[in-house]
Design a protein around this ligand. Structure first.
Ligand SMILES: Cc1cc2nc3c(=O)[nH]c(=O)nc-3n(C[C@H](O)[C@H](O)[C@H](O)COP(=O)(O)OP(=O)(O)OC[C@H]3O[C@@H](n4cnc5c(N)ncnc54)[C@H](O)[C@@H]3O)c2cc1C
Ligand SMILES: NC(=O)c1ccc[n+]([C@@H]2O[C@H](COP(=O)([O-])OP(=O)(O)OC[C@H]3O[C@@H](n4cnc5c(N)ncnc54)[C@H](OP(=O)(O)O)[C@@H]3O)[C@@H](O)[C@H]2O)c1
Length: 484
């Protein structure tokens, strides 16, 4: 029998997890299929591969990443840690719980940097179309090399879709918005809050983008931040200068009318209205259609396309857990492909999906959601040789994180959590998040003079006191001090 051929679409954290899963089996002596990964960007890392551009990239393709300068992890790193490649292994010392984007990119990259899996990725190559041939039971994947403009088609036995689902912005219409004279853009195109200094900012939406861009704008000196919610407010104890109002009714030039009758004037509007599941390279019968939720319909065990079980999706869920969930999914899909895990018949798969979907529909609130996603991951890991970890403890980390945010939305990133993989307690970053204006890897890993342990022990005590004072002063105000 000839060797199976597998196509992976996308080399973000999910696509890399798939590559790593096969590599791990190969190292243990298994014969693995021939794998080709197509990645439209010039490097891997997906969302974590920052692009300063917005709109289109250097090849005229839609920019993939929605991340921005100054983006720091919004969840504790202890909740996303790979079970088979820890932060301790990568950094060689404890780091803080909420690293900036570049540090997490380095961690993702570090796991596979010294392996040969990068050779299996064709970069700057966009997948244009996937056709399934029922008679042959194969897929034809047509791609464009964005550097040469050359289009080619290849046959595969299985396809893994790992193209992400936070890239195609959901852009609803609002009455009169075309009369707004200031800047209007979607969070996908937001690249940094510096330009919002002194501005009155309206954010439409009440989820992570609105929350994080809102506090970024506040941090960078916005005159005011108003967040407009459709269903319910986030309800944090916002500092002066940030407020939540119900959904707006209409724009009249710079003036916005809200449904509770209030009006405000704004200088800038950012739509934090989420993203669409969109797979422009897939025919309708293979394309997932779902709102952003933690149990999208049509996927057995969250990964196998029920209507064609030779097609898989990774990372298609809304995400509490991220990197270790992608690993669990990738290991399971690998084992199905290698024949180590048996794929049940269609009716059994449907019954399994119904059970989980029913539970999903009964979920009531964030704590339920996190537990559900934890159980989902446990179910996958139990079917593979991915190292099991204390998922209940990670659930607890998420719950503590939620509580920290309720206590103080501006300082939760200064809290430390303990790794469930290694037991290592995170260290406090040298500069409180609210005052840290430099998100580079170099700055993050450095020991700035004010935080360094001086040789004179009296002076050391004094230095610590100074940095505590800075932290307290920073809580209620805009960042004014950058401790270097
Ligand atoms: C603004 C923002 C902030 C986030 N912050 C956090 C955070 O702090 N912590 C956290 O854990 N998670 C965060 N996430 C969640 C993030 O989605 C995951 O961490 C992770 O990046 C998902 O990995 P993925 O590989 O599934 O998708 P992606 O990271 O989106 O990667 C998909 C890859 O597929 C490629 N691709 C897409 N279409 C094609 C095509 N047609 N042909 C070839 N290649 C293609 C893309 O170029 C990309 O490299 C954030 C997401 C967003 C949008
Ligand atoms: N620093 C960080 O790490 C960071 C920062 C930003 C984002 N992220 C990540 O990015 C991902 C996406 O987050 P997201 O906040 O962009 O999307 P999201 O979680 O899907 O939320 C979308 C929001 O838009 C609202 N919305 C949708 N259509 C609307 C309409 N027509 N009118 C008004 N409101 C509308 C929704 O309101 P309803 O509740 O009414 O549906 C919801 O509040 C998440 O995984 C998040 O963790 C991370």
């Amino acid at each position: 029998m000839s060797r199976q051929r597998i196509a992976i679409i996308g080399a973000g954290p999910s696509g890399i997890a798939a590559l790593r899963a096969f590599e791990s089996a190969q190292r243990a002596g298994a014969k693995i299929p021939e794998i080709v990964t197509y990645e439209k960007q010039d490097d891997w890392g997906g969302q974590w591969n920052y692009d300063w551009r917005s709109g289109t990239d250097r090849y005229g393709e839609p920019v993939h990443s929605s991340m921005y300068r100054n983006l720091w992890s919004n969840g504790p790193k202890e909740a996303l840690e790979f079970a088979e490649y820890t932060f301790d292994q990568h950094f060689g010392r404890p780091i803080s719980s909420y690293p900036p984007r570049e540090v997490l990119w380095d961690y993702i990259d570090g796991r596979v940097r010294r392996s040969k899996v990068k050779n299996k990725v064709q970069f700057s190559t966009a997948v244009r179309w996937v056709d399934y041939d029922r008679d042959q039971d194969t897929f034809t994947v047509t791609v464009e090399n964005l550097r040469s403009g050359k289009t080619t088609s290849s046959e595969f036995d299985r396809v893994i879709v790992a193209s992400g689902h936070f890239s195609f912005p959901n852009v609803p219409d609002f009455e009169g918005i075309e009369t707004f004279p200031g800047s209007v853009r979607h969070a996908h195109d937001f690249r940094g809050a510096e330009a919002l200094d002194g501005k009155r900012v309206l954010l439409i939406g009440a989820s992570y983008s609105a929350e994080d861009i809102g506090v970024q704008a506040h941090k960078m000196g916005a005159a005011s931040v108003t967040m407009s919610y459709r269903t319910s407010p986030m309800g944090y104890d916002w500092p002066d200068g940030i407020e939540e109002l119900p959904l707006l009714d209409r724009f009249e030039g710079q003036t916005v009318h809200f449904s509770n009758g209030e009006t405000r004037e704004f200088d800038a509007v950012i739509l934090c209205t989420g993203y669409l599941h969109k797979y422009p390279f897939l025919p309708a019968e293979l394309a997932l259609q779902s709102p952003n939720n933690i149990y999208p319909a049509g996927l057995y065990r969250g990964v196998v396309w029920q209507k064609n079980p030779r097609l898989y999706y990774l990372g298609a869920q809304d995400q509490w857990f991220t990197f270790n969930m992608f690993d669990a999914q990738a290991w399971y899909v690998r084992d199905l492909i290698l024949g180590r895990a048996a794929l049940p018949a269609a009716e059994q798969r449907a019954a399994h999906m119904r059970t989980w979907r029913n539970r999903f529909q009964e979920l009531d609130g964030d704590a339920d959601d996190v537990r559900f996603q934890g159980d989902y991951i446990r179910d996958l890991i139990e079917a593979t040789d991915y190292p099991m970890f204390d998922i209940d403890e990670v659930v607890q980390i998420f719950l503590d994180w939620k509580e920290d945010k309720v206590k103080n939305i501006l300082t939760y990133r200064d809290k430390n959590h303990r790794s469930v993989m290694t037991g290592t307690m995170a260290t406090t970053h040298h500069t409180p998040w609210l005052e840290e204006l430099d998100d580079s890897l170099e700055r993050y890993l450095s020991t700035p003079a004010a935080a360094a342990a001086p040789t004179d022990s009296d002076q050391a005590t004094e230095t610590v006191v100074i940095s505590e004072e800075i932290s307290v002063n920073g809580v209620d105000g805009h960042a004014r001090v950058n401790v270097r």
